[in-house]
Design a protein around this ligand. Structure first.
Ligand code: AMP
Length: 281
C-alpha cells in the first residue's frame, strides 16, 4: 500500500493511475478502523479498481469538543488492517493539507431539512462539516466511485444531496450494509471507548430496532417508540431520538406506512453517543 500525506503527491499519483485505465474507488474514513470499514474496502474491489482509503479526523464536523478530543486514534493498527485488506493507497493528510488558508470551498450546497432533523438537530453544524470535508476529499481524489456505510444513514442522504448538486463531482455513490457485532451492536470506532458494563448494554439499541421492525403490523409506532425509549432509559441510556422516516428522503413519520421506511435511533450511554438504523420494509 502506498501512503500519501500531501495533496499534490496523491493528485499526481492518481492522475497517472487513471491514465493507465484504473478506476479510482474511494473509501473515506476517520480511522480507528474495524470490520465495518474493511467491508467498504472489500466492496470497492473490482478487476480494474484502485482502492484509495483516507483517514482524516475532520475537526469541522464535531459539534462536541470532547468527542473530537477523545476520538480514538490507532494509526499503525489501521495501516496493518488496510494492508491486509489489500487497499492500494492510503491518504492520511494533516489538517493544513485539507484546509489550507487559501482554500476556497468549491460550491455552496443546500442540505434543506436534512440539516435540521435527527442528527442535524442534535449535532448542529455536523453535516456542514461533513459536506465540507467530503467535497474537499472528492475534489482531491476525484474518484469514479465513493463508498459509504448505511450505518450513517442520514450522512448517506447528505452525500447524495451533495453529489446531486455538484456539476463537477459525479462519482457513483455506493452504500454498503451495516456490519454488526454478535449481539447486533453496529460496529463503530466509538465502541472501543465503552466500558465493559456499557458494552454489555449497548446491544439494546439493536434490540429496539428489531422490535420496531417486528411490531410494524401489530402496534402503532407511538406505542413501540415509547417502549423503546423506556427500555433505553431503564438500561441507563439517554436517548436523543427513536424515530421512523421515509427511507427515500427522511421525511419523519408519525406511524408505520407501506412505503419504504427506516427506523433510526441515537442514544448516549455515559459519554458515548451511539447511532444505528434499520430498513423496515
Ligand atoms: P467513520 O470512520 O466513522 O467516519 O466511517 C467511515 C465510513 O465507514 C462511513 O461511510 C461509515 O458509514 C462506514 N461505517 C462505519 N461503521 C460501519 C459499520 N458498522 N458497517 C458498515 N459501514 C460502517
Amino acid at each position: 500500500m502506498v501512503i500519501f500525506k500531501k495533496v499534490k503527491d496523491i493528485e499526481e499519483y492518481l492522475i497517472a493511475k487513471k491514465e493507465e485505465g484504473k478506476k479510482v474507488h474511494f473509501v473515506p474514513t476517520m480511522g480507528a478502523l474495524h470490520e465495518g470499514h474493511i467491508s467498504l474496502i472489500n466492496a470497492a474491489k473490482t478487476n480494474d479498481s484502485l482502492i484509495v482509503a483516507s483517514i482524516f479526523i475532520n475537526p469541522t464536523q464535531f459539534n462536541d469538543k470532547s468527542d473530537f478530543e477523545n476520538y480514538p486514534v490507532s494509526k499503525s493498527e489501521d495501516i496493518a488492517l488496510l494492508t491486509e485488506a489489500s487497499c492500494d493507497v492510503l491518504f492520511i493528510p494533516p489538517t493544513a493539507e485539507i484546509y489550507p488558508n487559501d482554500h476556497i470551498a468549491v460550491f455552496a450546497y443546500e442540505l434543506g431539512k436534512l440539516e435540521n432533523i435527527l442528527e442535524g438537530e442534535h449535532r448542529p453544524g455536523h453535516f456542514k462539516g461533513v459536506s465540507q470535508v467530503v467535497s474537499r476529499l472528492l475534489e482531491i481524489i476525484n474518484p469514479d466511485a465513493v463508498y459509504f456505510g448505511q450505518k450513517d444513514y442520514q450522512q448517506c442522504m447528505v452525500i447524495k444531496a451533495l453529489l446531486g448538486q455538484s456539476s463537477t463531482m459525479k462519482p457513483d455513490l455506493i452504500i454498503c450494509p451495516t456490519v454488526r457485532e454478535d449481539d447486533g451492536l453496529a460496529m463503530s470506532s466509538r465502541n472501543r471507548r465503552l466500558t465493559e458494563t456499557q458494552r454489555a448494554l449497548a446491544g439494546t439499541i439493536y434490540q429496539c430496532l428489531v422490535s420496531i421492525q417486528a411490531k410494524q403490523t401489530t402496534d402503532s409506532f407511538a406505542i413501540v417508540q415509547k417502549e423503546c425509549l423506556n427500555l433505553l432509559k431503564d438500561k441507563g441510556f439517554e436517548p436523543d431520538y427513536v424515530a421512523i422516516a421515509k427511507a427515500a428522503d427522511l421525511e419523519l413519520l408519525d406511524d408505520y406506512t407501506n412505503e419504504p421506511t427506516v427506523a433510526l435511533i441515537a442514544a448516549k450511554i455515559g459519554d458515548i453517543r451511539l447511532i444505528d438504523n434499520m430498513l423496515l420494509n
